[in-house]
Ligand binder design. Structure first.
Ligand code: 6DK
Ligand code: ZN
Length: 394
């Protein structure tokens, strides 16, 4: 029994189109310049990430980048206005104390913010952090609501700061509010039985500890994450992302971690994990909505992820996910730090959402031995919970 969400400007609907959330105001949150010595020191979670993606969507002719709020029927993407998530919405996932702490940052000096940030885990702070994080969560909410209400066919939310590391009571890994988790909870609250079961598929190269924790005992949200997990030496540097974490209580069996024990994984490994684990389990779960925590830091060229995934592979994964939930899929940006890689990948994903067939992958797409052994290990663990994971031979 949630209060009605704040009214957004009434736009006509276009149930056959792909929606796009992008709002320039999310670019204000930025690492203070005095901490920066050279180009190499620029913080990876940089405002230019969403700008470059938006510019390349414009160059591809998918959106009219000259007008921000006028729906232009000559362009393929349908704009969805972002708005700030409300306290009530954010507190569906976070504690009131955490919300108030993020809100209080707007009143601090940059100097004090730097001192506070130094005590936190992989976080920088800025006077606009609260407003950007609220818009980022609100952008994810509006994208999901538009898809569930069938105002658009599916959607992509080009948002920052990211969210999947943020837990109920603390920030972490460049994240403040857990955008995809909040959006999932809001949709369940607002749409009830038409949006009960939600799949959150996380292909960011880092484990989404915050999403896992938010839904660990939840019977209605399936979290599947594919990520690098190297013995505590890869962010978030703990063991929660290993294959043994499968959920608890009523959520037992509804948490699926696919942890690569090394960097360098590529299209073959991701497509194999999708064919062998993600799609069979997702079909058996049969979600009403799919939300992708779409970090593009497993992309080729990313200095944090050091993996090899191509834009065509992201398009293929999107294409497979579109077969679920009657096509109700929302792609929300998480990480990804190579500006060219994230923009090219987002354009490929967006074209796929719009209905273009994914580009063919000519490279060898055999999984590596580590890809195969990881998939076998996860299948064995998950066979306790999923019929489709029990191979017929055994
Ligand atoms: N810090 C994320 O991509 C966030 O999952 C990843 C957070 C990694 C923190 C550790 C780390 C650096 C590296 C280089 C320079 C400065 C800090 F949440 C997402 F954004 F999606 O590598
Ligand atoms: Zn990441």
């Amino acid at each position: 029994n949630r209060a009605p969400p704040p009214k957004s400007k009434a736009l006509p609907y276009s149930s056959s189109r792909t929606g796009l959330v992008y709002d320039v105001r999310m670019r204000f949150h930025t690492e203070p310049l005095d901490a920066m010595l050279s180009e190499d020191d620029i913080h990876p979670e940089d405002p230019r990430r969403i700008l470059e993606i938006y510019d390349q969507l414009g160059e591809a002719g998918l959106v009219d980048t000259s007008k921000h709020h006028v729906p232009n029927p000559d362009f393929a993407l349908w704009r969805i206005d972002a708005r700030k998530a409300t306290k009530e919405e954010i507190c569906l996932v976070h504690t009131p104390e955490h919300y108030e702490w993020v809100a209080s940052l707007k009143n601090e000096s940059q100097e004090d913010l730097n001192v506070m940030a130094a005590r936190l885990d992989s976080i920088y702070l800025h006077p606009t952090t609260f407003s950007c994080a609220s818009l980022s969560a609100g952008g994810a909410i509006e994208a999901c609501r538009a898809v569930v209400a069938e105002h658009v066919k599916n959607a992509v939310a080009v948002i920052r700061p990211p969210g999947h590391h943020a837990e109920h009571d603390h920030p972490g890994g460049f994240c403040f509010f857990n955008n995809v988790s909040i959006a999932a909870r809001v949709c369940q609250a607002d749409f009830g039985t038409t949006c009960r079961k939600i799949l959150i598929l996380d292909w960011d190269v880092h484990h989404g500890n915050g999403v896992q924790r938010a839904f660990y005992d939840d019977p209605n949200v399936l979290y599947i994450s594919i990520h690098v997990h190297m013995n505590g030496t890869f962010y978030p540097n703990n063991s929660y992302g290993d294959h043994t974490h499968c959920g608890e209580g009523k959520g037992e069996g509804l948490n699926v971690n696919i942890p690569w024990s090394s960097q360098g994984m590529g299209d073959g490994d991701y497509l194999y994990a999708f064919q062998q684990i993600v799609m069979p389990i997702a079909q058996e779960f049969n979600p009403d909505l799919v939300i992708v925590a779409a970090g593009f830091d497993a992309a080729k060229g990313d200095r944090l992820g050091m993996c090899e995934v191509t834009p065509a592979c992201y398009a293929h994964m999107t294409h497979m996910l579109k077969s679920l939930a009657k096509g109700k899929i929302v792609v929300c940006l998480e990480g990804g730090y190579n500006l060219q890689s994230i923009a090219k990948s987002t354009v490929a994903v967006t074209r796929t959402l719009m209905g273009e067939p994914p580009e063919r992958i000519d490279e060898d797409i055999e999984p590596k031995p580590l890809g195969q052994s990881t998939v076998e290990l996860v299948k064995r663990w998950q066979s306790k919970y999923w019929k489709c994971m029990r191979s017929r031979q055994n």
